[in-house]
Ligand binder design. Structure first.
Ligand code: PHB
Length: 393
């Protein structure tokens, strides 16, 4: 006869072991929201390329927990739809993490849901400074327009330009870019003679170019969200004779994303931009990233910056899963990545423990011709270790 006490102890041990086994075998679901169809589909495909490149290089499980990625399509900025998709991912699909989000208004709509859902949101793109302040569960691996714009104020002065007209899309990242440029440019001795804000759905930029011409400015500073708007704006600048008239063009790198350079042609050569990532960045980490992301995209000419935000975003999510052992604990997950530093394809980066936004190098780049005759963003100067100046008090 086995004593009753011993039987009970054996049963308890068994239950404990089974608990442990199931704890190490969770499937952790990650919901990624992005523009996978419509006019910005190429940007969403770059999210997917970054996610899949990361998983191909780092495995599809963390500490024995399988990772399952669920993609949800949000073609254009649409806060109501963004909220509905996030809610569905949390409630129906039971995701433990949210990632992606191309447009600022969508990030703003999702952030208030996170605490009740016990889910962190890792932003792969949306670039308005204030997003990280909407919830303590937001972490961002992309950039802010304040971060990419600020170095350009001094650069414009150094290029002999004292009067600039700014032209930005009239929503969060555009307003941040306008303010950041004005602050940096005027601190360096320049003057913003006019500040144009363009509706998000603007497609005809010729009236804007006329205003640039009429302003008498020596240079133009511009931000628009990358995709059809940026292509249209740069083409209009090139085709209306402003370049020939000697007007200098300064912009965030959104306007010269590599996937648009073939369509922009030779007239884009010489444009100066500030940005966190160039496909041409020379490092072993970037070489491996470009190879893996290109494999997913199937065509090297489609690769652009949203892929690096996604690749590093997955790195952050993997670190969160590691720290929580696959268990759902959003607060613990976010705490674990505060101060996290790693070698990104863009250069050295870290998550600022105070703001949860990525600290990184911002590069001055010039559109130039490579030895193969193709255009590239050539890094010509590095502004090291930049926090988000848009959050400075
Ligand atoms: C944004 O909506 O925050 C956004 C979108 C596209 C960009 C940059 C910022 O290229």
């Amino acid at each position: 006869m086995i004593p009753r006490k011993l039987l009970c102890a054996a049963a308890a041990l068994c239950a404990l072991l089974m608990g442990c086994v199931s704890a190490t075998a969770e499937t952790v679901k990650v919901g990624i929201i992005g523009p996978f169809s419509g006019p910005f589909a190429a940007q969403g495909k770059n999210f997917q390329a970054g996610v899949e490149a990361y998983m191909a290089r780092n495995g599809k499980a963390v500490k024995g927990n399988d990772i399952e990625v669920i993609y949800r399509d949000l073609p254009t900025a649409n806060p109501a739809q963004a909220r509905a998709l996030a809610q569905e991912l949390v409630v129906k699909d039971k995701v433990q993490y949210l990632g992606g989000v191309y447009f600022t208004p969508d990030a703003m709509a999702i952030a208030p849901l996170l605490q009740q859902a016990n889910v962190p949101l890792v932003i792969f793109n949306a670039a308005t400074s204030a997003i990280v302040q909407q919830s303590p569960l937001v972490v961002r691996t992309s950039f802010t327009t304040a971060q990419t714009t600020t170095p350009l104020g001094k650069v414009a002065i150094e290029n002999g330009v004292k009067k600039v007209i700014s032209a930005v899309t009239d929503y969060g990242p555009g307003v941040d870019a306008e303010n950041a440029f004005k602050k940096a440019f005027e601190a360096a001795g320049g003057q913003v003679v006019e500040a144009i804000r363009m509706p998000l759905n603007t497609t005809d930029f010729s009236p804007i170019m006329q205003r640039v011409r009429d302003s008498g400015a020596e240079g133009v500073f511009a931000f628009l969200p990358s995709g059809p708007p940026t292509l249209g704006f740069v083409k209009a600048f090139n085709e209306t004779g402003l370049k020939q008239a000697g007007v200098k063009f300064f912009a965030t790198g959104d306007l010269t994303q590599e996937s648009d350079l073939p369509a922009l042609g030779d007239s884009a050569v010489g444009i100066l931009t500030g940005f966190h990532y160039a496909v041409s960045h020379d490092s072993p980490e970037n070489k491996a990233f470009v190879e893996a992301a290109t494999k997913v995209l199937g065509n090297p000419e489609l690769l652009s910056f949203p892929a690096v935000g996604a690749y590093d975003g997955m790195h952050v999510i993997y670190k969160m899963i590691e720290a929580t052992d696959g268990k759902q604990d959003a607060e613990k997950a976010v705490a674990a990545v505060k101060g996290l530093a790693w070698a990104s394809p863009r250069g050295p980066v870290s998550i600022d423990p105070e703001t949860r936004h990525v600290t990184q190098n911002i590069y001055l780049r010039e559109v130039a011709k490579g030895s193969d005759g193709k255009s590239l963003n050539k890094e010509i100067r590095t502004f090291e270790n930049q926090k988000d100046p848009g959050l400075a008090k």
